[in-house]
Structures are given as structure tokens and as C-alpha cells.
Design a protein around this ligand. Sequence first.
Ligand SMILES: *[C@@H]1O[C@H](CO)[C@@H](O)[C@H](O)[C@H]1NC(C)=O
Ligand SMILES: *[C@@H]1O[C@H](CO)[C@@H](O)[C@H](O)[C@H]1NC(C)=O
Ligand SMILES: *[C@@H]1O[C@H](CO)[C@@H](O)[C@H](O)[C@H]1NC(C)=O
Ligand SMILES: *[C@@H]1O[C@H](CO)[C@@H](O)[C@H](O)[C@H]1NC(C)=O
Ligand SMILES: *[C@@H]1O[C@H](CO)[C@@H](O)[C@H](O)[C@H]1NC(C)=O
Ligand SMILES: *[C@@H]1O[C@H](CO)[C@@H](O)[C@H](O)[C@H]1NC(C)=O
Ligand SMILES: *[C@@H]1O[C@H](CO)[C@@H](O)[C@H](O)[C@H]1NC(C)=O
Ligand SMILES: *[C@H]1O[C@H](CO)[C@@H](O)[C@H](O)[C@H]1NC(C)=O
Ligand SMILES: [Zn+2]
Length: 565
Amino acid sequence: MRLAALSTLLITVGAATLRQESIEYWNSVGRDCLNSKLKSDFGKVLAEQQTPPKNVILFIGDGMGIATITAARIARNQGRGSADTNIPFFFETFPFSGLSKTASFDTHTTDSAASAVALMTGHKVEQNTLGRIPGNGNKCENGEKAKIRDGIADLALEKGLEVGFATTSSITDATPGALYAKDVHRRMEFDSAPGMNGTSCEDVASQILNHPADKFRVMMGGGHAQFLSEVVGGNRTDNRSIEEEWTQITPALKSHSRVLLASNEEFVRHEPKEGEQLLGIFSPLHFPYRVDENLANRSSVPRLSEMAVKAVQMMNKQSNNKGYFLMIEGANIDKAQHKNKFHLAAEELNEFDRAIKQVSEMVGDDTLIIVTADHAHALTIPGYLNKTESIFERDGNVTSIFFATGPGFGDGNKTNYTKEEAKDPHFSQPSSIYFKDARHGGEDVGIWAKGPFAWLFTGTIENTQIAYNIKYLLCLDDKEDSICDLRSSMAEKKENEETEKRLHKTTQSTQTESLHILNTDLPMRGMVIALLVITCVLAVLVAVLLVLLLRSSFRGSVKPSDSSS
Ligand SMILES: *[C@@H]1O[C@H](CO)[C@@H](O)[C@H](O)[C@H]1NC(C)=O
Ligand SMILES: *[C@@H]1O[C@H](CO)[C@@H](O)[C@H](O)[C@H]1NC(C)=O
Ligand SMILES: *[C@@H]1O[C@H](CO)[C@@H](O)[C@H](O)[C@H]1NC(C)=O
Ligand SMILES: *[C@@H]1O[C@H](CO)[C@@H](O)[C@H](O)[C@H]1NC(C)=O
Ligand SMILES: *[C@@H]1O[C@H](CO)[C@@H](O)[C@H](O)[C@H]1NC(C)=O
Ligand SMILES: *[C@@H]1O[C@H](CO)[C@@H](O)[C@H](O)[C@H]1NC(C)=O
Ligand SMILES: *[C@@H]1O[C@H](CO)[C@@H](O)[C@H](O)[C@H]1NC(C)=O
Ligand SMILES: *[C@H]1O[C@H](CO)[C@@H](O)[C@H](O)[C@H]1NC(C)=O
Ligand SMILES: [Zn+2]
């Protein structure tokens, strides 16, 4: 009885310490999920056969829900005149896929900040926040204590890996921000952003000068406005040029240099150099849509695929050769859907897919590629339009691309649009509830993976699991019993095998003997521990026996024991 009470107490204490706010809660969910895969029958076999990846590239299609992919896939195939409307995107041909649950710490449907933090740190956080442990107020209180410091970027840099990102949004936007910034609101992008006054928050833009972003190998995207003073057309009122300040940070090594690219012309001319850190900012805010660039026959910014290729080239120019983590975001897939403009979103998804394909062709089998979305959009494809019709058309009043919310609402039943209107690249598809900006969707999103240990990204998993798996595959956190051990034991095994081969050639008996000890070092340690444990258990048993013996002889001398007590 007392034992049961004690265990109940222990469980209560355990649950209380593992509140969802805590760093440990999502680690514990992550550990259980990872272990169940590694210890499954197929997991054991696969883990033995593969070497964990050296590099990880995470592609995030912002707002790229399942329905978004289906509709964009059909639009692409129809656009190419294909009778088969199901020809897949490149990433859809990856050998492994799964589903990711995207809810944030406090909302069923997440925004891009909370979901990106989950993907890049492994922790669920409050809606709209960046890099902060939940429950720490809304004024940037509690200093360092409130900040998440075990994100992929922080840990990767600690281990000497390279980190970088490229996006079509402002570099200060939620998804890239989640890789480095700590703030109570994602909109605190520049010094005088709304909501900053009365807080101790630091604007996101200036945080590229801090750890960890100051050490990133490459950062590319838009957002001059957030980095520059209003004197030169930016948003800042503190008369700073964060871009200029970034170029003046002393590099980690003398041989390193910093290069700032501020236009597509500079981007095109730039040749990646060894030991170089690159900051590329190519537009005042977010990138223009691909459709608009095409319509205007203009290249005012690099394509996402071009930035992705350059980012990988930059990573390959590094000398320490410890591997890298790269994040590539197709941000405008989301932004177009916020306006219900599906033609624009579909073309952004095409470009995102092109980036994945080109990068896949550049990297070797030491690189794991993961493609996912941070959240969906509330889009559905209601039936039953004839396949001979464009997906942008409708079946009677039923519009094939239909948003739950957004500015496409029209007059309340936008069902009478013409074929010409539907073809207009800037046409807003209908929605059922009016909002200036469409709301995200809360359903699970897809994950597609290829490369070493891609099979870990299967099943229905938390978005935080993606970060957890990446940390463990890259061996970023060796505190825990994880794939890290597997990796080092495999490396050790391999090294030992090689040493053995070498020694075999020289046939030096003394060396072979010491190698033998080296080889048996780990098992021997295990045996010593086992012996110690057995000794302890035996000692306890002997003590208990002695006490019992003494007690029974003592009792026997007084009176017989009472069986009813
Ligand atoms: C900031 O808030 C304080 C009061 O809380 C106010 O006096 C001050 O004018 C505000 N500054 C700006 C720039 O809004
Ligand atoms: C920041 O600058 C951009 C680009 O000039 C502008 O569109 C935006 O409205 C500004 N944001 C704020 C909050 O002032
Ligand atoms: C802003 O900065 C520039 C260059 O650093 C300087 O010349 C100018 O005086 C500054 N303006 C103000 C209002 O501080
Ligand atoms: C697009 O621009 C390029 C040069 O920038 C030019 O060679 C080409 O003719 C233009 N195409 C059209 C259709 O205007
Ligand atoms: C689809 O359209 C084609 C061509 O107009 C027609 O032959 C076919 O019967 C239609 N199918 C359905 C299911 O309506
Ligand atoms: C479309 O909806 C309107 C208004 O409800 C209705 O009058 C009309 O018959 C519908 N058209 C079709 C083809 O169902
Ligand atoms: C559709 O209906 C709205 C009002 O209900 C009207 O303003 C619009 O002109 C109509 N469009 C077409 C193509 O008939
Ligand atoms: C809905 O559409 C129909 C047919 O186009 C039109 O007659 C009607 O006025 C519209 N309803 C509203 C609420 O605008
Ligand atoms: Zn969004």
C-alpha cells in the first residue's frame, strides 16, 4: 500500500515537472518517438546499415499544406498540357514520407513563428513568439533564462558545423527568424516596430549581429527596410545600418571575410570563396512573386533555386569539413495564399520544387534532405470538376480551389466569375469568410525525406520531432542515449577495424595487444560496472539476512509472533 502511494507520488511529481512549457517535455516526447523507431525490427536493421548524415538540408514550404500541393500539382501538369494531372513534384518522389502535427503551444492552428521554432529547436512555443520558453511574459522578461538555447543552430555551431539559410521572405521574417532570434513577437523586426516600447526586447534585425546568427556561413533573403534607417528609406529610427555593422564584425579567423550582396547583379557576379561569410539582402521586404518577375521579364531578385545552389556552394567551400545544417524556405507559397491568389502560390511551389531538385543533384549520399511545411492553409478542393477543365474553374457553383477565409470572399457567394477572370494570374480564389489576410489551416502537413536515416521521418510525428531527429542525427547533443552513441560506436568500430588492418601489416605483437585492450575497453567497462552492481546487491542481501536472523532469535527469546497484527 505504502509503495503504491509512493509510486503515485513519484508519477505526480514526474508529470508536474514535465509540463509542456518545459524544455524537457518535448525532449521526452522526441526521445520516446526516436527510440521506438530505432528499436523497431526494421529500425535495428537499417541503423546498422547506414552512417548518420554529415549534412542536413531542411526545405520548408511555408503554408504548403496537402491540398495546396495537390492543387499546385494539377495546375502545373495542366499548364504543361499533360493529360496525366498527377505527375508528381520532384520532392514527392522521395522514398520516405510522413505527417507532422503542427499545433503550437497555445493554438490549434499555428502561425509561422511558433511552427518554425518547433522545426528548428524541437520545442513548442507560444503563437507569434521566437526562441522563448512559454510562460515568460510578453515584455522579454527573465533575460537569458527565458531563451531557448538548444536550437539546431546554437548546438551545430558549438560542434563546429556550419549553419545557413536562404528564404524568399525578409531575413527577419518568422521562419528564418526562428533560427536565430529571441523575441516575444515576430513583428518586432526593427527598432521602432509596434509593441517594442515598454519592453526590453531587441529587434530581430539587430539580432543578426548576435550569437548565433553572427556566425552563420550564409544568410540570404529580403528585408533591407528592417536593417536600414528611414533616412535611406528603411524602417529604422535609430539611424543604424545593421548591414554595415554586420560587415564590420570581426570574423572568427583572420583568413575569414564577410561579404554583403545587396542586389541580384552582385549575386550573379559573386563567386563563393573559402572562409567567407555571406549576407545577401535583395529586396526592401519580401521577394516579389515569380509570376510577377516573369510577367515583367525581370530578374530583380535571385530565384530561390539560385540562392539554394549558392548556399550549398558556400557550405562546400568550408575547410573544417564537419558538416552543415542549411534551411531553405519557399516563403511566398504562404504569402500568396494569404491573399487567396492560387496562381501565384502554385508558381512559388514550382520554384521551391526546382530548388529541391537542383540541390539534390549537387549533394552526395552523406546529406539528408527533408522537405516539409510549417503549417497548411485552409484550402479545399471540393468536387467534381471534369478533368478536361482547368483546376481554376468550377463545377457549377462549386469552385475547385476554395479557401475557408481570405479576401477572395467577393460579395458573399463568389460563384459567377468568368473563365477569363479565373485565368488571371492575380485572381483571388473564393473564400467563405472575409478576412483581409487568410487564416492558416491546422491540419497535419507532409514530410518527405531522402538520404541517410530518412526513414526516421515517417509516421505521424510532432513538428518538434523533426528538430529532435536532426539534432540526434548530427550528434548535436551527446548528453542523451541516442543515435549519437550509435554514430560514435560505429565510427570507433570503423576506426578500430582500420587500425587493426594497419597493424596487421606491421605485425607488431605489442601493438596488437594494446589494440586488443582498446577494442575491449567498452565491454570491459560494462563488465566492471556489472560486477560492482552484483557485489552491492549481494552485500545488501547478506545484511538483510543477518538482520532477519538476529530479529528472529531476539523474538524467539521473548514471545511467539502474533499472526493477526
Ligand atoms: C514609450 O512609452 C512611454 C510610456 O510608456 C511614452 O512616454 C513614450 O512616449 C513612448 N515612446 C514612443 C517612441 O512611443
Ligand atoms: C517597413 O518598410 C516596408 C518597406 O518599405 C513597408 O512596406 C512597411 O510598411 C514598413 N513597416 C512598418 C511597420 O512601418
Ligand atoms: C546618422 O548616421 C550618419 C552616418 O553614420 C551620420 O552622418 C548622421 O549624422 C547620423 N544622423 C543622426 C540624426 O544621428
Ligand atoms: C526579356 O529580357 C531579356 C533581357 O533581359 C531580353 O533578351 C528578352 O528579349 C526579353 N523578352 C521579352 C519577351 O521581352
Ligand atoms: C468530361 O468532359 C469531356 C469533354 O467535354 C466529356 O466527354 C466527358 O463526358 C466529361 N465527363 C464527365 C464525367 O462529365
Ligand atoms: C448557383 O447559385 C445560385 C444562387 O444560389 C443559384 O441560383 C444557381 O442556380 C446556382 N447554379 C448552379 C449551376 O447550380
Ligand atoms: C458576379 O456577381 C456580382 C454581384 O453579385 C457582380 O458584381 C459581378 O459583376 C458578377 N460577375 C459576373 C462575371 O457576372
Ligand atoms: C449570389 O450569386 C447570385 C448569382 O450570381 C446572385 O444573384 C446573388 O445576388 C448573390 N448573393 C449575394 C448575397 O450577393
Ligand atoms: Zn502565413
